[in-house]
Design a binder for this molecule. Structure first.
Ligand code: ADP
Ligand code: MG
Length: 253
């Protein structure tokens, strides 16, 4: 059994990448009993701070994805077990310096891929939370992945810049990872407004599938503070159910 590797990518910030990575990881491990590794590849370290004690990471100078991306450590040496079926490769803000250093590294697009290949057999799913850019970190994530899912906010401007992200995905496919598959969109933070309805229609007209439509709910933010999926936190919450259904689809890949 070898892991399926999925990147959650969008060059825009605040669209739900981290939340979607977190929700899918929680559901796959807790509801579907799958072994999951989450990799935090965003220098903002939001996923790390949801799942782990950032202060401990920094004060104890714990090795993290920054060290992996500069070639100082292997990924298996920085992985932390969080609970049964759930590990994290955490990061700190210094990852942004590592991205600058990568420019001068040989095979700079493949640093993550090479690292992941050594641990692939230890997991069912490896989920990568990408930074809000199309830089080398995102290219590393895509080059290491079997699939990419694009979280997109239910806003009219949401497809702005999407051509550029798609070009990055096409470039990675043609030059580095021919079998990278784009799963499509997860539309996030949907409100019961005409604006959101228009936005979804606009996204539907794009040529990628919509895998999930996630309503906006305060429970989603509260659940991540509680370090639980929304599905586990509030059984009947529609956003929680939508993330559960998305996870089910991913589980069947
Ligand atoms: P990104 O990783 O793309 O920057 P986040 O996942 O951090 O985006 O989401 C941005 C903010 O929106 C976070 O504060 C998160 O808690 C909140 N959020 C995400 N999805 C929902 C939702 N369905 N309902 C309410 N708040 C949400
Ligand atoms: Mg994020």
């Amino acid at each position: 059994m070898t892991a399926k590797i999925i990147s959650f990518a969008n060059q825009k910030g605040g669209v739900g990448k981290t939340t979607t990575t977190f929700e899918v990881a929680e559901n796959l491990s807790q509801q579907f009993d799958k072994r999951v590794l989450i990799i935090d590849l965003d220098p903002q370290a939001s996923l790390t701070s949801i799942k782990y004690d950032m202060r401990k990471l920094i004060s104890e100078h714990m090795d993290n994805m920054t060290d992996v991306m500069i070639g100082k450590e292997s990924i298996q040496d920085i992985i932390i077990n969080l609970k049964e079926n759930m590990d994290i490769a955490p990061t700190t803000l210094q990852l942004s310096d590592a991205e600058l250093n990568l420019v001068n590294t040989t095979l700079r697009e493949l640093v993550l891929s090479k690292n992941i290949s050594t641990i692939k057999d230890d997991y069912d799913f490896i989920l990568i939370d990408c930074p809000p850019s199309r830089g080398l970190l995102t290219v590393n994530a895509l080059s290491a992945s079997d699939y990419v899912l694009i979280p997109v906010q239910a806003e009219y401007q949401s497809l702005l810049g999407m051509q550029l992200l798609k070009k990055t995905i096409r470039d990675v496919k043609s030059q580095i990872k021919p079998d990278l598959k784009t799963l499509g969109y997860a539309v996030t933070m949907i409100t019961p407004t005409n604006h959101a309805k228009d936005a979804i229609e606009n996204i539907e007209h794009d040529n990628l599938d919509i895998l999930a439509e996630i309503p906006r709910s305060v429970d989603v933010a509260d659940a991540s503070v509680a370090n639980m999926s929304t599905y586990e936190y509030r059984k009947n919450n529609k956003a929680g159910k939508a993330y559960y259904e998305l996870s089910k689809k991913i589980n069947e890949l």
